[in-house]
Design a protein around this ligand. Structure first.
Ligand code: PMP
Length: 429
Protein backbone atom coordinates (compact mmCIF):
# COMPACT_ATOMS: atom_id res chain seq x y z
CA UNK A 1 0.00 0.00 0.00
CA UNK A 2 0.98 3.67 -0.15
CA UNK A 3 3.38 5.08 2.47
CA UNK A 4 2.13 7.60 5.08
CA UNK A 5 3.69 10.41 2.99
CA UNK A 6 1.89 9.16 -0.11
CA UNK A 7 -1.41 8.86 1.80
CA UNK A 8 -0.99 12.43 3.00
CA UNK A 9 -0.34 13.61 -0.56
CA UNK A 10 -3.40 11.75 -1.87
CA UNK A 11 -5.50 13.30 0.90
CA UNK A 12 -4.20 16.77 0.03
CA UNK A 13 -5.10 16.26 -3.62
CA UNK A 14 -8.35 14.35 -3.47
CA UNK A 15 -9.93 14.67 -0.01
CA UNK A 16 -11.82 17.76 1.08
CA UNK A 17 -9.59 19.84 3.40
CA UNK A 18 -12.48 20.16 5.88
CA UNK A 19 -11.71 16.55 6.78
CA UNK A 20 -9.01 17.15 9.37
CA UNK A 21 -6.59 14.74 10.98
CA UNK A 22 -5.14 14.64 14.47
CA UNK A 23 -1.46 15.36 15.25
CA UNK A 24 1.17 17.62 13.65
CA UNK A 25 2.76 14.51 12.22
CA UNK A 26 -0.32 12.35 11.61
CA UNK A 27 -0.16 8.63 12.24
CA UNK A 28 -1.41 5.90 9.96
CA UNK A 29 -3.37 3.17 11.65
CA UNK A 30 -3.50 -0.07 9.74
CA UNK A 31 -4.70 -2.56 12.33
CA UNK A 32 -6.67 -2.77 15.55
CA UNK A 33 -7.09 -5.48 18.14
CA UNK A 34 -9.10 -5.02 21.34
CA UNK A 35 -7.92 -1.80 22.96
CA UNK A 36 -4.77 -1.52 20.82
CA UNK A 37 -4.00 0.10 17.49
CA UNK A 38 -0.98 -0.56 15.24
CA UNK A 39 0.72 1.71 12.72
CA UNK A 40 2.34 0.63 9.45
CA UNK A 41 5.61 -0.18 11.22
CA UNK A 42 3.83 -2.48 13.68
CA UNK A 43 4.17 -0.03 16.57
CA UNK A 44 1.46 -0.53 19.16
CA UNK A 45 -0.60 2.29 20.69
CA UNK A 46 -3.12 2.13 23.52
CA UNK A 47 -6.37 3.43 22.09
CA UNK A 48 -7.73 5.86 24.66
CA UNK A 49 -10.34 7.33 22.33
CA UNK A 50 -11.94 4.30 20.63
CA UNK A 51 -12.44 5.92 17.23
CA UNK A 52 -14.15 8.88 18.93
CA UNK A 53 -16.07 6.86 21.54
CA UNK A 54 -17.28 4.39 18.94
CA UNK A 55 -15.30 1.19 19.35
CA UNK A 56 -17.10 0.14 22.51
CA UNK A 57 -16.27 -3.57 22.78
CA UNK A 58 -12.80 -3.49 21.18
CA UNK A 59 -11.32 -3.44 17.69
CA UNK A 60 -12.08 -6.43 15.46
CA UNK A 61 -13.83 -8.35 18.23
CA UNK A 62 -14.05 -12.02 17.12
CA UNK A 63 -17.74 -12.43 17.99
CA UNK A 64 -18.68 -9.20 16.19
CA UNK A 65 -16.60 -10.23 13.18
CA UNK A 66 -18.18 -13.68 13.06
CA UNK A 67 -21.71 -12.22 13.19
CA UNK A 68 -21.09 -9.73 10.38
CA UNK A 69 -19.20 -12.23 8.25
CA UNK A 70 -22.09 -14.68 8.46
CA UNK A 71 -24.56 -11.92 7.60
CA UNK A 72 -22.38 -10.65 4.74
CA UNK A 73 -22.37 -14.14 3.26
CA UNK A 74 -26.14 -14.51 3.68
CA UNK A 75 -27.72 -11.23 2.56
CA UNK A 76 -26.12 -7.78 2.67
CA UNK A 77 -28.90 -5.44 1.72
CA UNK A 78 -32.55 -5.34 0.75
CA UNK A 79 -33.91 -2.20 2.49
CA UNK A 80 -36.88 -2.45 4.81
CA UNK A 81 -39.35 -3.00 1.95
CA UNK A 82 -38.89 -6.75 2.52
CA UNK A 83 -39.03 -8.50 5.84
CA UNK A 84 -35.80 -9.78 7.30
CA UNK A 85 -35.38 -11.34 10.74
CA UNK A 86 -32.39 -9.17 11.79
CA UNK A 87 -34.20 -5.83 12.15
CA UNK A 88 -37.08 -7.34 14.13
CA UNK A 89 -34.78 -9.30 16.44
CA UNK A 90 -32.42 -6.40 17.04
CA UNK A 91 -35.29 -3.98 17.72
CA UNK A 92 -36.62 -6.41 20.34
CA UNK A 93 -33.19 -6.86 21.96
CA UNK A 94 -32.48 -3.13 22.01
CA UNK A 95 -35.95 -2.33 23.40
CA UNK A 96 -35.23 -4.77 26.24
CA UNK A 97 -32.35 -2.48 27.31
CA UNK A 98 -34.65 0.57 27.52
CA UNK A 99 -36.62 1.69 30.57
CA UNK A 100 -40.36 2.33 30.73
CA UNK A 101 -42.33 2.66 27.55
CA UNK A 102 -39.33 3.38 25.29
CA UNK A 103 -39.79 0.40 23.03
CA UNK A 104 -40.08 1.47 19.39
CA UNK A 105 -36.92 1.71 17.26
CA UNK A 106 -36.15 3.51 14.02
CA UNK A 107 -32.72 2.59 12.64
CA UNK A 108 -30.56 5.10 10.76
CA UNK A 109 -26.82 5.41 10.07
CA UNK A 110 -25.32 8.23 12.11
CA UNK A 111 -25.82 10.33 15.19
CA UNK A 112 -26.66 13.39 13.09
CA UNK A 113 -29.41 11.52 11.28
CA UNK A 114 -30.76 10.18 14.55
CA UNK A 115 -30.97 13.66 16.06
CA UNK A 116 -32.60 15.09 12.90
CA UNK A 117 -35.21 12.38 13.06
CA UNK A 118 -35.80 12.85 16.78
CA UNK A 119 -36.50 16.56 16.24
CA UNK A 120 -38.84 15.74 13.37
CA UNK A 121 -40.68 13.23 15.59
CA UNK A 122 -41.03 15.76 18.40
CA UNK A 123 -42.33 18.44 16.02
CA UNK A 124 -44.76 16.01 14.37
CA UNK A 125 -46.03 14.75 17.70
CA UNK A 126 -46.36 18.03 19.59
CA UNK A 127 -47.24 20.18 16.58
CA UNK A 128 -44.92 22.75 18.14
CA UNK A 129 -41.78 24.00 16.43
CA UNK A 130 -39.24 25.52 18.81
CA UNK A 131 -36.49 23.39 20.29
CA UNK A 132 -34.28 24.08 23.29
CA UNK A 133 -30.75 22.70 23.24
CA UNK A 134 -27.81 23.47 25.54
CA UNK A 135 -24.84 25.71 25.05
CA UNK A 136 -21.66 23.73 24.41
CA UNK A 137 -23.70 20.85 22.95
CA UNK A 138 -22.61 18.74 20.01
CA UNK A 139 -25.37 16.93 18.14
CA UNK A 140 -23.91 16.48 14.65
CA UNK A 141 -23.03 17.99 11.31
CA UNK A 142 -26.22 17.80 9.24
CA UNK A 143 -28.07 21.12 8.88
CA UNK A 144 -30.51 20.59 11.73
CA UNK A 145 -28.01 18.78 13.97
CA UNK A 146 -25.61 21.68 13.34
CA UNK A 147 -28.33 24.05 14.49
CA UNK A 148 -28.60 22.10 17.75
CA UNK A 149 -24.83 22.16 18.14
CA UNK A 150 -23.64 25.15 20.14
CA UNK A 151 -20.00 25.85 19.61
CA UNK A 152 -18.59 28.45 17.24
CA UNK A 153 -15.93 26.21 15.74
CA UNK A 154 -18.63 23.87 14.40
CA UNK A 155 -20.79 26.58 12.83
CA UNK A 156 -20.69 28.26 9.44
CA UNK A 157 -22.13 31.60 8.45
CA UNK A 158 -25.17 30.04 6.84
CA UNK A 159 -28.77 29.99 8.03
CA UNK A 160 -29.21 27.04 10.35
CA UNK A 161 -32.59 25.46 10.94
CA UNK A 162 -34.84 27.96 12.67
CA UNK A 163 -36.44 27.67 16.05
CA UNK A 164 -33.46 26.32 18.00
CA UNK A 165 -32.53 28.20 21.16
CA UNK A 166 -29.71 27.41 23.55
CA UNK A 167 -30.12 27.41 27.30
CA UNK A 168 -27.38 27.76 29.89
CA UNK A 169 -24.81 24.99 30.00
CA UNK A 170 -24.92 23.27 33.39
CA UNK A 171 -21.18 23.45 33.97
CA UNK A 172 -20.19 23.41 37.64
CA UNK A 173 -16.51 24.11 36.86
CA UNK A 174 -16.87 27.35 34.90
CA UNK A 175 -20.56 28.19 35.26
CA UNK A 176 -22.54 30.36 37.69
CA UNK A 177 -23.31 27.57 40.13
CA UNK A 178 -20.50 25.35 41.37
CA UNK A 179 -20.49 21.75 42.54
CA UNK A 180 -20.67 22.86 46.18
CA UNK A 181 -24.16 24.28 45.56
CA UNK A 182 -26.68 21.48 46.27
CA UNK A 183 -29.31 23.29 44.18
CA UNK A 184 -27.06 23.81 41.13
CA UNK A 185 -29.04 21.30 39.05
CA UNK A 186 -32.33 23.01 39.76
CA UNK A 187 -30.90 26.49 39.20
CA UNK A 188 -29.37 25.62 35.82
CA UNK A 189 -32.61 23.89 34.76
CA UNK A 190 -34.55 27.08 35.54
CA UNK A 191 -32.76 28.71 32.61
CA UNK A 192 -34.68 26.43 30.24
CA UNK A 193 -37.89 28.13 31.38
CA UNK A 194 -36.26 31.55 30.93
CA UNK A 195 -35.12 30.63 27.43
CA UNK A 196 -38.60 29.43 26.48
CA UNK A 197 -40.24 32.57 27.88
CA UNK A 198 -37.86 34.99 26.16
CA UNK A 199 -37.24 33.25 22.83
CA UNK A 200 -40.41 31.36 21.90
CA UNK A 201 -44.21 31.61 21.87
CA UNK A 202 -44.19 29.63 25.10
CA UNK A 203 -44.73 26.27 23.45
CA UNK A 204 -41.86 24.00 22.47
CA UNK A 205 -41.49 20.76 20.54
CA UNK A 206 -38.48 19.45 22.41
CA UNK A 207 -35.62 19.83 24.79
CA UNK A 208 -32.51 17.93 23.69
CA UNK A 209 -29.33 17.30 25.67
CA UNK A 210 -26.45 14.88 25.84
CA UNK A 211 -26.39 13.15 29.21
CA UNK A 212 -22.72 14.11 29.52
CA UNK A 213 -21.48 16.69 27.01
CA UNK A 214 -18.85 14.83 25.00
CA UNK A 215 -17.25 16.98 22.31
CA UNK A 216 -17.76 19.94 24.64
CA UNK A 217 -15.14 18.47 26.98
CA UNK A 218 -16.86 15.76 29.08
CA UNK A 219 -19.10 18.16 30.99
CA UNK A 220 -20.96 16.26 33.70
CA UNK A 221 -24.17 17.89 34.87
CA UNK A 222 -24.90 18.47 38.55
CA UNK A 223 -27.14 15.88 40.19
CA UNK A 224 -30.79 16.40 39.47
CA UNK A 225 -30.19 18.64 36.47
CA UNK A 226 -31.81 16.47 33.79
CA UNK A 227 -34.77 15.60 35.99
CA UNK A 228 -35.52 19.29 36.58
CA UNK A 229 -34.73 20.12 32.95
CA UNK A 230 -37.24 17.53 31.77
CA UNK A 231 -39.89 18.91 34.15
CA UNK A 232 -39.29 22.38 32.74
CA UNK A 233 -39.44 21.23 29.11
CA UNK A 234 -42.61 19.21 29.66
CA UNK A 235 -44.31 22.17 31.34
CA UNK A 236 -44.00 24.02 28.01
CA UNK A 237 -45.36 21.10 26.00
CA UNK A 238 -41.98 19.75 24.89
CA UNK A 239 -40.74 16.19 24.57
CA UNK A 240 -37.40 15.34 26.15
CA UNK A 241 -34.72 13.92 23.89
CA UNK A 242 -31.63 12.24 25.35
CA UNK A 243 -28.66 12.15 23.00
CA UNK A 244 -26.88 8.98 24.15
CA UNK A 245 -24.48 8.88 21.21
CA UNK A 246 -21.46 9.02 23.54
CA UNK A 247 -22.72 8.33 27.06
CA UNK A 248 -24.88 5.28 26.30
CA UNK A 249 -24.21 1.55 26.12
CA UNK A 250 -22.73 1.04 29.56
CA UNK A 251 -19.90 3.55 29.27
CA UNK A 252 -20.84 5.41 32.47
CA UNK A 253 -20.30 2.16 34.37
CA UNK A 254 -23.10 2.56 36.88
CA UNK A 255 -25.89 2.54 34.29
CA UNK A 256 -26.49 1.37 30.75
CA UNK A 257 -27.82 4.81 29.70
CA UNK A 258 -26.38 8.18 30.63
CA UNK A 259 -29.79 9.65 31.48
CA UNK A 260 -30.20 6.96 34.15
CA UNK A 261 -27.24 8.44 36.04
CA UNK A 262 -29.44 11.54 36.38
CA UNK A 263 -32.53 9.58 37.40
CA UNK A 264 -34.45 10.97 34.42
CA UNK A 265 -36.51 9.22 31.74
CA UNK A 266 -36.69 10.91 28.31
CA UNK A 267 -39.40 10.54 25.67
CA UNK A 268 -37.01 9.96 22.79
CA UNK A 269 -33.48 8.51 22.88
CA UNK A 270 -30.93 8.88 20.09
CA UNK A 271 -27.91 6.60 19.87
CA UNK A 272 -24.99 5.96 17.50
CA UNK A 273 -21.22 5.38 17.79
CA UNK A 274 -20.83 2.67 20.48
CA UNK A 275 -24.06 0.95 19.40
CA UNK A 276 -22.25 -0.45 16.34
CA UNK A 277 -18.60 -0.70 17.47
CA UNK A 278 -17.56 0.94 14.19
CA UNK A 279 -20.27 0.16 11.66
CA UNK A 280 -22.63 2.91 10.48
CA UNK A 281 -25.50 2.22 12.83
CA UNK A 282 -27.70 4.60 14.81
CA UNK A 283 -31.19 4.53 16.25
CA UNK A 284 -34.03 6.63 17.57
CA UNK A 285 -36.07 4.90 20.25
CA UNK A 286 -39.34 6.27 21.54
CA UNK A 287 -42.73 5.29 22.92
CA UNK A 288 -45.46 3.64 20.78
CA UNK A 289 -47.58 6.78 21.09
CA UNK A 290 -44.90 9.21 19.90
CA UNK A 291 -43.78 6.79 17.15
CA UNK A 292 -47.28 6.99 15.73
CA UNK A 293 -46.74 10.67 14.83
CA UNK A 294 -44.52 9.78 11.85
CA UNK A 295 -46.84 7.08 10.55
CA UNK A 296 -49.05 9.63 8.75
CA UNK A 297 -46.35 10.11 6.06
CA UNK A 298 -43.65 8.02 4.45
CA UNK A 299 -40.29 8.50 6.10
CA UNK A 300 -37.67 6.26 4.58
CA UNK A 301 -33.99 5.53 5.11
CA UNK A 302 -32.26 3.34 2.50
CA UNK A 303 -29.52 1.94 4.71
CA UNK A 304 -31.41 2.10 8.01
CA UNK A 305 -31.94 -1.41 9.36
CA UNK A 306 -29.35 -2.88 6.99
CA UNK A 307 -29.04 -6.58 7.96
CA UNK A 308 -25.25 -6.40 8.36
CA UNK A 309 -25.49 -3.41 10.75
CA UNK A 310 -28.29 -5.17 12.62
CA UNK A 311 -26.18 -8.32 12.98
CA UNK A 312 -23.28 -6.19 14.22
CA UNK A 313 -25.53 -4.31 16.68
CA UNK A 314 -26.86 -7.60 18.05
CA UNK A 315 -23.33 -8.96 18.51
CA UNK A 316 -22.24 -5.76 20.30
CA UNK A 317 -25.12 -6.07 22.79
CA UNK A 318 -24.21 -9.72 23.45
CA UNK A 319 -20.54 -8.92 23.99
CA UNK A 320 -21.29 -6.06 26.41
CA UNK A 321 -23.28 -8.54 28.48
CA UNK A 322 -21.07 -11.63 28.17
CA UNK A 323 -17.88 -9.74 28.98
CA UNK A 324 -19.46 -7.55 31.68
CA UNK A 325 -18.15 -4.45 29.96
CA UNK A 326 -20.41 -2.05 31.85
CA UNK A 327 -18.96 -3.42 35.10
CA UNK A 328 -15.47 -3.09 33.61
CA UNK A 329 -16.20 0.55 32.71
CA UNK A 330 -17.10 1.14 36.33
CA UNK A 331 -14.03 -0.61 37.74
CA UNK A 332 -11.39 0.70 35.36
CA UNK A 333 -13.12 4.08 35.17
CA UNK A 334 -13.00 4.47 38.97
CA UNK A 335 -9.38 3.33 39.02
CA UNK A 336 -8.43 5.83 36.30
CA UNK A 337 -10.38 8.61 38.00
CA UNK A 338 -8.57 8.15 41.30
CA UNK A 339 -5.26 7.95 39.42
CA UNK A 340 -6.06 11.21 37.65
CA UNK A 341 -6.97 12.86 40.96
CA UNK A 342 -3.57 11.78 42.30
CA UNK A 343 -1.90 13.29 39.25
CA UNK A 344 -3.79 16.53 39.85
CA UNK A 345 -2.21 16.79 43.33
CA UNK A 346 1.17 16.74 41.64
CA UNK A 347 0.54 18.73 38.44
CA UNK A 348 -1.11 22.13 38.90
CA UNK A 349 -1.86 22.32 35.19
CA UNK A 350 -4.79 19.97 35.91
CA UNK A 351 -7.74 22.23 36.69
CA UNK A 352 -10.51 19.66 36.76
CA UNK A 353 -10.90 15.88 36.55
CA UNK A 354 -14.42 14.77 35.71
CA UNK A 355 -16.54 12.13 34.09
CA UNK A 356 -18.27 8.85 34.78
CA UNK A 357 -16.98 5.35 34.06
CA UNK A 358 -14.88 5.35 30.93
CA UNK A 359 -16.01 8.79 29.78
CA UNK A 360 -13.42 11.03 31.38
CA UNK A 361 -12.17 14.58 30.90
CA UNK A 362 -9.10 16.36 32.25
CA UNK A 363 -9.30 20.14 31.86
CA UNK A 364 -5.95 21.94 31.76
CA UNK A 365 -5.51 25.49 33.05
CA UNK A 366 -2.68 28.00 33.24
CA UNK A 367 -3.49 28.61 36.87
CA UNK A 368 -6.14 27.23 39.13
CA UNK A 369 -7.49 30.55 40.39
CA UNK A 370 -8.07 32.29 37.08
CA UNK A 371 -8.86 28.99 35.30
CA UNK A 372 -7.28 30.49 32.17
CA UNK A 373 -7.43 27.67 29.61
CA UNK A 374 -4.07 26.00 28.89
CA UNK A 375 -4.97 25.33 25.25
CA UNK A 376 -1.46 25.30 23.74
CA UNK A 377 -0.20 23.12 26.59
CA UNK A 378 -3.11 20.74 26.04
CA UNK A 379 -2.15 20.38 22.38
CA UNK A 380 1.43 19.67 23.48
CA UNK A 381 0.34 17.02 26.01
CA UNK A 382 -1.80 15.42 23.37
CA UNK A 383 1.14 15.22 20.90
CA UNK A 384 3.58 13.87 23.49
CA UNK A 385 1.14 11.18 24.63
CA UNK A 386 1.08 9.94 21.05
CA UNK A 387 4.87 9.83 20.96
CA UNK A 388 4.79 7.67 24.10
CA UNK A 389 2.21 5.29 22.64
CA UNK A 390 -1.06 6.67 24.02
CA UNK A 391 -3.83 8.03 21.78
CA UNK A 392 -6.50 10.15 23.44
CA UNK A 393 -8.90 12.91 22.36
CA UNK A 394 -9.25 16.56 23.16
CA UNK A 395 -12.10 19.03 23.13
CA UNK A 396 -14.01 21.68 25.01
CA UNK A 397 -14.72 25.26 24.03
CA UNK A 398 -11.06 26.24 24.47
CA UNK A 399 -9.57 22.95 23.25
CA UNK A 400 -8.03 22.53 26.69
CA UNK A 401 -9.68 19.32 27.84
CA UNK A 402 -8.16 15.89 27.31
CA UNK A 403 -10.81 13.30 26.59
CA UNK A 404 -10.24 9.71 27.69
CA UNK A 405 -12.82 7.31 26.31
CA UNK A 406 -11.19 3.97 25.47
CA UNK A 407 -12.91 0.78 24.34
CA UNK A 408 -14.70 -0.66 27.38
CA UNK A 409 -12.52 -3.81 27.33
CA UNK A 410 -9.45 -1.93 28.61
CA UNK A 411 -7.52 -3.59 31.49
CA UNK A 412 -6.05 -2.26 34.71
CA UNK A 413 -2.52 -2.59 33.25
CA UNK A 414 -3.62 -0.31 30.38
CA UNK A 415 -4.91 2.21 32.91
CA UNK A 416 -1.54 2.08 34.70
CA UNK A 417 0.23 2.67 31.39
CA UNK A 418 -2.07 5.60 30.61
CA UNK A 419 -1.47 7.20 34.02
CA UNK A 420 2.30 6.69 33.73
CA UNK A 421 2.37 8.33 30.28
CA UNK A 422 0.28 11.28 31.48
CA UNK A 423 2.49 11.68 34.56
CA UNK A 424 5.63 11.73 32.42
CA UNK A 425 4.13 14.16 29.91
CA UNK A 426 2.76 16.56 32.57
CA UNK A 427 6.19 16.51 34.25
CA UNK A 428 7.84 17.58 31.00
CA UNK A 429 5.43 20.45 30.22
N1 PMP B 1 -24.32 13.44 19.15
C1 PMP B 1 -23.20 13.37 19.88
C2 PMP B 1 -23.30 13.47 21.37
C3 PMP B 1 -21.96 13.18 19.27
O1 PMP B 1 -20.84 13.13 20.00
C4 PMP B 1 -21.90 13.06 17.86
C5 PMP B 1 -20.59 12.83 17.12
N2 PMP B 1 -19.44 13.28 17.73
C6 PMP B 1 -23.10 13.15 17.14
C7 PMP B 1 -24.29 13.32 17.81
C8 PMP B 1 -23.10 13.05 15.64
O2 PMP B 1 -22.86 11.76 15.25
P1 PMP B 1 -22.36 11.43 13.76
O3 PMP B 1 -20.99 11.98 13.62
O4 PMP B 1 -22.43 9.92 13.72
O5 PMP B 1 -23.34 12.04 12.83
Amino acid sequence: GPSPEEILLLRKQYVNPAIFHYYKKPITIVEGKGQYLFDETGRRYLDGFGGIVTVSVGHCHPEVLAATQLQNETIQHTTTIYLNPQIALYAKELAAKMPGDLKVCYFVNSGSEANDLAILMARAYTQNYDVIALRNAYHGGSPSAMALTSHHTWKFNVPHSHGVHHAMMPDTYRGLYGSADPDAGKKYAADIGETVRFATSGKIAAFIAESIQGVGGTVVFPDGYLKHAYEQARSFGGLCIADEVQAGFGRTGTHFWGFETQDAIPDIVTMAKGIGNGCPLAAVVTTPEIAQALATRIHFNTFGGNPVSMAQGRAVLRVIEQEHLQQNSLEIGSYLTSGLHKLSQKHTIIGDVRGKGLMLGVELVKDRDSKAPASAECAEVFERCKELGLLIGKGGLYGNTLRIKPPMCIHRADADFMLAVLDEVFSSI
